[in-house]
Design a protein around this ligand. Structure first.
Ligand code: ME8
Length: 509
């Protein structure tokens, strides 16, 4: 049976349209999903929207719409973006769907009956933009410790989840599963947070109407985070406890931004422990993007819309930049200058030119027919040995979500191949040593075939364009990343040969 791989993005709030930060996480998940499919694994890639709570209700009302109408409109926008970015999700879950409401209510009832949820009174503060409760002592100058915005005072009857009871079990779990929280740099803070003592969590609101009602006490709605986290089991049919749940749960990776890491590594595992369900294998907290050195915010007017980037540079340049620019896990800065620099250097120059130069030579020296390799030299072996190491290098890099290093391995080959052309000087060989020229051109075409396959998870459109230009129509698979797959004697027709990445001329400053 094929190995399974269940991976998720956060469910994005629908208070506004999505920006590059949301695209970042979703593209990263898409790359991992595509990579695992290439390896023949059975992948379940889940994304979706977090639609309840005060923040969404307020956004809808501010725009003069009913929450449901507003939600439906934003969801359409989100889906358009994912289509444009070639996001290959298997399921799109919305927290207002019946399947989810049923699951959340069943979980709430089960935990109430078990005694893990009880009724009490919450007195403290609530931050609507973060949808989090803050205790008096946590406020910083009266404001939310997370986002620095004004909080609301709350004193109301509430249901509580006995988070405090899970302190020891969580610490024990962290201890026994050192790869659960990634990257490792985020572990110490979480462990300390738990060690400092967990408080029971308020999991219902009286004042919020836009939410899932507590099934046995409908004047309360269920706290939006308690509701949203459950999506990860709703989508694999937890309630039915059927084949899908057995096959895909536990999730292999929850990929989230660093600001919601705590919800995923503390609250969510505690909820699962209470339900007697296995804990996800890994939660990865990625870093945050700033734009031209500043935090993105509506009020600053510097929120970058991914559609605009794609309009200008194309989808794959955007996917490339996001995952190449910054080691995954660290924060990064999105600037027009660095985008154009990378685009021109790595994509237009290195990759685009390599393909173009090679195909022009194939046409000129062999009328487009892939030659049979002739005599071999050390430099050929060096190229082949780099390529032979690529599958395992990709495997290792993507196992630890080091996208930038996966790219470095691919570009090591691209750069080597460009130098190989300069070194072997095919224009001289054409006059002096045709047999040697055959080897060189064969090797270049074969290297490009393998590069086109290796970039497929990262840049699916570019991969297809390259395949077309190389006259390939093979079924994509990880196994075909082995040396020697291209057929000598085949003619590569000159068609659709526009540059992969036309160079961008930077305006003079
Ligand atoms: O938190 N840089 O949803 P959300 C990088 N609904 N990534 C960013 C980013 C930035 N500047 N801004 C946002 C929620 N993100 C909850 C999640 S899950 C059960 C519920 C990304 O719409 C990042 O992945 O605020 C972050 O975690 C996510 O968007 C938050 O999206």
């Amino acid at each position: 049976m094929n190995k399974k791989f269940y991976i998720t993005t956060p469910l994005y709030y629908v208070n506004d349209i999505l920006h590059i930060g949301h695209a970042y996480c979703t593209v990263a998940v898409d790359v991992l999903a595509r990579f695992r499919r290439l390896k023949g694994e059975e992948v379940f890639f889940l994304t979706g929207t977090d639609e309840h709570g005060q923040k969404i209700e307020q956004a809808a009302r501010l725009n003069g719409e009913e929450p449901q109408a507003w939600v439906d409109r934003i969801v359409e926008e989100d889906k358009k973006l994912w289509k444009r970015l070639n996001i290959s999700y298997d399921d799109f879950i919305q927290t207002t769907q019946v399947r989810h409401k049923d699951t959340v209510q069943a979980v709430f009832t089960k935990l109430y009956e078990k005694g893990d949820i009880y009724k009490g009174k919450y007195e403290g503060w609530y931050c609507v933009p973060c949808e989090t409760f803050c205790l008096e002592g946590q406020l910083v100058e009266g404001k939310c410790p997370e986002c620095g915005r004004i909080t609301e005072k709350v004193a109301e009857e509430s249901y509580f989840f006995k988070l405090s009871e899970y302190q020891e079990r969580l610490l024990d779990y962290f201890n026994k599963n050192p790869h659960f929280m990634m990257p490792p740099s985020r572990q110490a803070e979480m462990i300390n947070f738990v060690k400092n003592g967990l408080k029971d969590l308020s999991v219902s609101r009286l004042g919020t109407k836009w939410g899932i009602p507590v099934p046995f006490d409908s004047k309360h709605t269920i706290y939006v985070w308690f509701d949203a986290l459950i999506n990860y089991i709703t989508a694999v049919d937890y309630l039915k406890e059927g084949e899908k749940f057995k096959k895909f749960w536990p999730a292999d990776i929850h990929l989230v931004g660093k600001e919601i890491f705590k919800f995923h590594v503390i609250i969510w595992p505690a909820m699962l422990m209470a339900l007697d369900i296995e804990i996800p294998r890994k939660v990865f907290g990625h870093g945050w993007w700033t734009v031209e050195g500043e935090k993105m915010s509506k009020s600053k007017g510097n929120v970058v819309n991914p559609h605009q980037v794609v309009d200008e540079f194309g989808v794959d340049a955007f996917r490339y930049f996001l995952l190449r620019e910054v080691p995954f896990g660290l924060d990064g800065d999105f600037s027009r200058d660095s985008f154009i620099n990378r685009y021109n250097a790595d994509l237009a120059n290195d990759l685009g030119n390599l393909l173009n130069r090679t195909l022009v030579m194939l046409e000129k020296y062999f009328e487009g027919i892939v030659p049979f390799p002739g005599s071999k030299e050390k430099t050929d072996d060096d190229l082949i040995s780099l390529i032979q190491k690529l599958p395992s290098n990709l495997d290792v890099s993507l196992e630890t979500l080091e996208f930038h290093s996966a790219f470095s391995y691919i570009w090591e080959i691209v750069n080597f191949a460009n130098k190989y052309i300069d070194k072997t000087a095919p224009w001289k060989l054409f006059k002096e040593n045709k047999e040697r020229l055959q080897t060189v051109i064969y090797n270049l075409i074969e290297a490009l075939r393998i590069v086109s396959l290796a970039i497929a998870p990262f840049m699916p459109e570019t991969s297809e364009k390259m395949e077309k230009q190389l006259g390939l129509s093979h079924q994509k698979s990880f196994e075909s990343m082995t040396w020697g797959g291209i057929k000598s004697g085949n003619k590569i027709e000159v068609k659709d040969r526009e540059p992969l990445f036309p160079r961008i001329i930077k305006p003079e400053k």
